[in-house]
Design a binder for this molecule. Structure first.
Ligand code: AMP
Length: 387
């Protein structure tokens, strides 16, 4: 059983519980308040990003089972905004709350090899890979997959943490030694890609599902810098990517949102890279570019409401604001805006503004994404990320 009341409609006025107090929870609450929902979140940091816009915050560690129970008791429905939920807390959510998303999807996506097997089972393609549990298996896999390849920790890695690109066979042993103490590993073929794409797919408790328009993503130092929507690829690619996303969502029988990242190879092949069972950074453009944002859609999906129309009405380039960009952005904000653009600022209320920490994002609206991209290129705010 994923819940006690599968498919129940949670009407506005009800309280939604969010496990996690980060920016994704904050933007969920900001989307849900105009609809009439109330929010309570659980996070160890007082006055967390999400708590600032919630009715209530429970300040407690994420693995505090009693605190999770308190969240469950205050909320008519519970969701989460990060994936690394402890098994004990997951059990409380599963057994004692209405958690329409269930915990199975979390289990699948928190382990890279399990995730890849689920993607393949849905009929989609991933980069050739091998599961590594000891050095002998690693050596065999490296010989088979060749170089360049990427060695990744199976769990806990994000934004490029816990991974090493292996460019020549001789460097393999060093990469293995660096990551070997971090549990299971996955070795995958390095994809020579034209671009990276992503899609956010939503699926409601009724099985209704839809995808948001495909975004094109530019990473710098393995961290998302820009999302460009619509992506600058042909309609055939966008359609194929969206179909793959729907097939994965159906195959997983999921509820809520799933952000799926893809490589479009130079060979024209589409490979799924990874998935996250929550709103996705590359879907932040929907807040200002689409009739329904990914955050509203998530709430609609878990509350049993009909999904909103994801139609994109304006081209958008989303640029992340990292710690080092906040001050320059605040200076930029008071300057007259470029006449051909609309700049929408989203700051998450986090402090301190440490270098590399995600502090906010800007949605740059234009008639054409190229105009927005040119402006980002010329703007000194992101000069540290430009080549
Ligand atoms: P990940 O944490 O798996 O999303 O990896 C972070 C980034 O590293 C990706 O967005 C890619 O830019 C790059 N990357 C990861 N795996 C591969 C791969 N197999 N081939 C090419 N680039 C990769």
């Amino acid at each position: 059983m994923s819940s006690k009341r599968d498919g129940e409609v949670i009407v506005p006025g009800a309280t939604i519980g969010i496990l996690g107090g980060g920016q994704l929870g904050r933007m969920m609450a900001l989307a849900g308040r105009p609809m009439g929902y109330r929010f309570v979140c659980l996070d160890p940091t007082p006055d967390s990003s999400c708590a600032q816009v919630c009715d209530e915050q429970i300040v407690a560690p994420f693995d505090d089972v009693d605190a999770a129970r308190e969240l469950v008791n205050l909320a008519s429905v519970v969701t989460y905004e990060f994936e690394n939920i402890s098994p004990a807390v997951a059990a409380v959510l599963q057994d004692e709350s209405y958690l329409p998303q269930g915990t199975q999807l979390l289990r699948t996506t928190r382990h890279r090899a399990r995730e890849k097997r689920a993607i393949i089972a849905a009929g989609a393609q991933v980069a050739s890979f091998a599961e590594i549990s000891d050095q002998a298996l690693f050596e065999k896999a490296l010989e088979k997959l060749g170089v360049p390849s990427v060695l990744k920790t199976a769990t806990g890695g994000y934004d490029g943490k816990g991974q090493r690109v292996i460019k020549d066979i001789g460097a393999g042993a060093q990469a293995y030694t660096t990551l070997a103490d971090q549990g299971d590993l996955v070795l995958e073929r390095f994809i020579d890609f034209q671009c990276e794409l992503s899609v956010v797919v939503a699926r409601g408790t009724t099985g209704e599902r839809m995808t948001f328009p495909v975004a094109e993503n530019i990473h710098v130092d393995n961290r998302l810098h820009l999302s460009i929507a619509p992506a600058r690829v042909g309609d055939d690619i966008k359609e194929e990517v969206s179909e793959i996303a729907l097939a994965i969502a159906d195959s997983l029988d999921m509820v809520g949102l799933l952000g799926i990242e893809f490589f479009l190879g130079r060979d024209g092949e589409i490979y799924v890279n990874e998935m996250a069972p929550r709103p996705h950074n590359s879907g932040h453009y929907t807040m200002d570019g689409c009739l329904t944002s990914q955050f509203e859609q998530h709430l609609r999906a878990i509350c049993g409401l009909p999904l909103g129309n994801p139609h994109q009405h304006t081209p958008v380039v989303m640029a992340n604001l990292l710690g080092q960009h906040v001050e320059p952005w605040l200076e930029q904000l008071v300057k007259p805006r470029p006449s051909n653009l609309e700049l929408k600022t989203h700051l998450y209320g986090k402090s301190p503004a440490r270098e590399g920490r995600k502090m906010g994002h800007v949605n740059i609206l234009a008639d054409d994404v190229e105009e927005a991209l040119q402006w980002v290129e010329s703007c000194s705010v992101w000069s540290d990320l430009q080549s």
